[in-house]
Design a protein around this ligand. Structure first.
Ligand SMILES: NC(=O)c1ccc[n+]([C@@H]2O[C@H](COP(=O)([O-])OP(=O)(O)OC[C@H]3O[C@@H](n4cnc5c(N)ncnc54)[C@H](O)[C@@H]3O)[C@@H](O)[C@H]2O)c1
Length: 387
């Protein structure tokens, strides 16, 4: 195969954004587009690009080697599975699924065709800031992680955003709110940088606290890890000016990312050793603040993920983020939401049946309560795209 023939499913904000840079991706060509809205397929299905109104027709057409899926979340799993069944590679938008059960079913379907590439769009892994943080943690410079805290309340959204699509922030159409739509990137980064998943989650979450929507727009969680480390995750789409501060403590110092600055406060001695061996009643822990230069000339953004996906197909390049990463993120989003609404701690791995029952209950109790006149509009999401 000289060029990977890509089929784009879903031509709204994200699908149209992917198409906008595809001519910069080496080894890729857009060969087909698919959307439930014929006006959108007509707009992007120019020249030799074939148009389809249903993803199954596109999959069966023989016109594509790989799909890029950018529909609302509920369809991601079924479209992935239909593609794998026909030997087609998949690059899927986040989140991989609405529920952990659906995410696991997709991974199981992919396991039957492991030669197919299955990637997730977690483009923030390619940002210089977060990849540097991961390097510093993985290299052991920070020592053993003892705490990871992320205040990410700068996902501010007004009513117009929620009105811009009938599916947004509804139980039946989206299946969740800020934890499933805005936070997948942060939750993915949290476990990717820490290199571990929590084993228990306690949380509070609020449905439509600051917007006339059905699903959650605010959540605060406490994460417990097997090594004794503790995590905090605080988010909202209603707070302004928001905060975005990621703080990771280890027994060799503290790493803080805020305002596009990365500071490593490095301790001279291992904190655990000072605690255990220093005879002083109030021992001092000598430390230095170091500004970590993290910017590089490497590209960032969605195009990096798409190029990596194409390279994986053509040259077997390792994927930046794969299907298993997608499952971990869905598990974190689901567990925080369920813990936050039920006010009961949740043990991981999350029980898929229990989550399905929870989602059904949410849909029955609160479905149909979004109080916004919606319009299907393509809104400018470039601010989200750059994050
Ligand atoms: N990675 C990122 O930074 C990022 C940013 C924004 C959105 N997203 C993700 O992209 C996905 C789409 O979000 P959006 O903002 O583009 O939504 P959108 O509403 O703007 O677009 C969705 C499109 O899918 C089409 N569609 C719906 N059902 C379909 C079906 N069964 N087959 C074909 N087309 C169908 C709709 O007609 C619409 O054109 C979501 O899962 C979202 O989480 C990712």
């Amino acid at each position: 195969m000289e060029k990977v023939r890509l089929g784009m499913v879903g031509l709204g904000n994200m699908g149209s954004h992917h198409i906008s840079y595809l001519n910069t991706v080496d080894g890729a060509v857009l060969s087909a587009v698919c959307d439930a809205d014929p006006a959108r397929t007509a707009k992007y299905g120019q020249g030799s690009v074939q148009q389809f109104s249903h993803y199954q027709q596109m999959i069966d057409s023989g016109a594509v080697d790989a799909l890029v899926i950018a529909t609302p979340h509920f369809q991601h799993g079924e479209i992935c599975r239909a593609a794998f069944a026909k030997g087609i590679h998949v690059l899927c938008e986040k989140p991989l699924a609405v529920t952990i059960g659906d995410a696991r079913a997709t991974i199981a379907a992919h396991a039957k065709s492991p030669n197919l590439k299955f990637a997730l769009v977690f483009q923030q892994r390619a940002t210089h800031l977060y990849s540097k943080m991961r390097d510093l943690v993985a290299s052991g410079d920070l020592g053993t992680i003892t705490r990871i805290s992320w205040f990410v309340t700068d996902w501010f959204r007004g009513w117009s955003y929620y009105a811009s699509g009938g599916w947004r922030a509804t139980w039946a159409g989206e299946g969740g709110g800020v934890l499933l739509n805005q936070c997948p990137h942060n939750l993915d980064l949290l476990q990717w940088i820490a290199g571990m998943m929590p084993r228990r989650i306690t949380a509070v979450a609020f449905l439509g606290k600051t917007h006339p929507i059905e699903t959650e727009d605010e959540a605060s969680a406490i994460l417990e890890f097997d090594n004794g480390a503790i995590g905090h995750f605080v988010t909202s789409t209603g707070e302004a000016p928001g905060t975005n501060r990621l703080e990771i403590c280890g027994d060799r110092g503290k790493l803080v990312a805020e305002h596009q600055k990365l500071t490593f406060t490095r301790t001279r001695r291992c904190v655990r050793e000072v605690r255990e061996k220093d005879p002083a009643v109030f021992p001092a822990v000598e430390a230095w603040d170091i500004d970590i230069p993290y910017k590089s000339t490497k590209a960032e953004g969605h195009a990096v993920i798409t190029q990596n996906f194409v390279n994986a197909i053509l040259k077997n390049e390792p994927l930046i983020s794969d299907g298993d990463d997608g499952v971990k993120q869905v598990e974190l989003s689901n567990a925080i939401l369920m813990a936050g609404i039920t006010r009961q701690s949740i043990e991981l791995p999350l029980d898929a049946g229990a989550y399905d029952a929870f989602l059904k209950e949410m849909t029955q109790k609160y479905g149909g309560q979004k109080k916004l006149e919606t319009r299907e509009a393509v809104v400018d999401m470039s601010a989200s795209f750059s994050r």
